[in-house]
Design a protein around this ligand. Structure first.
Ligand SMILES: NC(=O)c1ccc[n+]([C@@H]2O[C@H](COP(=O)([O-])OP(=O)(O)OC[C@H]3O[C@@H](n4cnc5c(N)ncnc54)[C@H](O)[C@@H]3O)[C@@H](O)[C@H]2O)c1
Length: 353
């Protein structure tokens, strides 16, 4: 980077994943005066095909780097003189964390530690560095029939995934308390919307329902999640990154508490309306529950609303209809994910860069 270039330089880790892609598609056109560096090692969940509309933007760069590789990460931070970070890179799928927790420990804890160390290194000469850590409401564990997670809720993670995210949250907090690093953490509820990898509940059910396959619902299907349309989450991240108070955490949620079975039934109804044919509800099949499956998550988003004026714009019905339509319009994207075809995109587009 030229020393003449005084732009803000923001690393976005995990920018080829579901939320990261939606975030970069939101931020890159909105802030032409910043430089965004997408740092992603492209696991099965990273898809460069999500970012084609911004890949040649003057204020956007991509670096294929694993956040577990400290020296490679440092070289990348030095190359672009990174001065702030929105950290989303993580292993994110709870089921995978049950069958293979090791990658969750390395990326979610070890990778976050590497980024914190780099941030600390970069502030050594008194320069500011803003560290925005993106986390989940799953760190708080499971709720009973009533009550909400607030910023004061105790940490009670139940899966290897949520425990790894909780560990990362604690490290981020400690770097603020111990070293005075300028950190903000956001804990968000379940997201849904475009570009979500089809192993997650909503795209998985859409895909199976379109092709007439069984719709596997865990246990009795009465687990409750608090759903948020991904673009509402991205607006909250933009706001917290710019205006959140250092050392604070913000809970982000849409007050959309819905049982899994109700979501699957709604998806069937929407698809029946659009595509016609036999009622897809008949495809619902109850399967053995996930071990340690949390019963209910619900966020109280009062703090972010009062402090920063954030509120979700999409109702659940609007968001779900938009999501179904997006997957119907992008069946090729979904098939490329499930066949692994999308992994060739990076090789074709970036191999010689
Ligand atoms: N999806 C949700 O509902 C949700 C809700 C709250 C918080 N979050 C958090 O938001 C973040 C993004 O979630 P998502 O759903 O977009 O996940 P995702 O699995 O879709 O994407 C994760 C991205 O991180 C990259 N990545 C993983 N390990 C890496 C490593 N070691 N080095 C570099 N890149 C790596 C992957 O290639 C992928 O592009 C995660 O930190 C997750 O914990 C997700």
């Amino acid at each position: 980077m030229s020393s003449q270039d005084s732009r803000k330089r923001i690393a976005v880790t995990g920018g080829a994943g579901f939320i990261g892609s939606n975030l970069l598609l939101h931020l890159v056109p909105r802030y032409p005066g910043y430089l965004f560096v997408n740092i992603d090692c492209l696991t099965y969940a990273g898809n460069m095909g999500n970012l084609t509309t911004i890949e040649t933007a003057e204020n956007y760069r991509f670096e294929k780097v694993d956040i577990c590789e400290f020296e490679a990460l440092r070289a990348c931070f030095d190359k672009y003189e990174i001065d702030s970070l929105i950290h989303l890179a993580a292993e994110s799928h709870v089921d995978r964390s049950i069958t293979g927790p090791a990658a969750f420990i390395s990326s979610n804890i070890g990778g976050t530690f590497n980024l914190l160390e780099l941030a600390r290194e970069r502030t050594a000469n008194g320069r500011p560095f803003r560290f925005h850590h993106v986390s989940t409401d799953e760190v708080f564990g499971s709720l009973g029939k009533t009550g909400y997670f607030t910023e004061q809720s105790a940490y009670r993670p139940n899966s290897p995934y949520s425990a790894s995210k909780a560990s990362a949250d604690h490290l981020v907090r400690a770097y603020h308390k111990t070293y005075g690093l300028e950190v903000v953490t956001t804990n968000c509820s379940n997201n849904y919307g475009p570009y979500q990898f089809p192993e997650k509940l909503i795209p998985l059910m859409i895909r199976n329902a379109i092709s007439g396959k069984p719709l596997p619902v865990y246990g009795d299907g009465k687990q409750i999640r608090d759903w948020l349309y991904v673009q509402d989450h991205c607006k909250a991240l933009d706001l917290v990154f710019h205006e959140g108070k250092a050392g604070e955490t913000y809970n982000i949620g849409g007050h959309n508490e819905i049982e899994n079975i109700e979501i699957v039934t709604s998806l069937c109804r929407i698809l029946d309306e659009i595509l016609g044919g036999e009622p897809r509800k008949k495809l619902i099949t109850f399967v053995k529950d996930r071990p340690g499956h949390d019963r209910r998550y619900a966020i109280d988003p009062t703090y972010i609303k009062e402090q920063l004026g954030w509120e979700p714009k999409h109702t659940f019905d609007e968001g779900l209809r938009k999501t179904v339509q997006w997957y119907l319009d992008n069946e090729a994207w979904m098939e490329s994910c499930t066949s692994g075809e999308y992994q060739k995109y990076y090789e074709t587009m970036y191999a010689n860069r």
